[in-house]
Design a protein around this ligand. Sequence first.
Ligand SMILES: [Zn+2]
Length: 106
Amino acid sequence: MPDKSLYSSILGLSSQWRISNAVLDSKARHLRLEIAASSCAEFCCPVCGGAAVRVGANKGCWQHDDLLNMRFHISAVIPVTLCKTCGTNRISVPWERAGSCFRCME
Ligand SMILES: [Zn+2]
């Protein structure tokens, strides 16, 4: 069983996120992670940073071809928030931060 806390640290996940499943195929050098926001986590508007409420979620997939000499695949359920000023927007995810080599596949 892969060490979820190690992968949490590598991806910079805060306590708002949890890895629900991790499957390592060491022969193929492939790691598949399933990530979801904690049900009680609160998120700000990703556009203005103001107060927002969670109104739904979208699924997404990301891939990184060479992280720790492995191919990473992330499937995640990403909260969508409603801000009075900006409307509905999907929140930003830590593994998409500037300089990240994760590519969104969907
Ligand atoms: Zn906003």
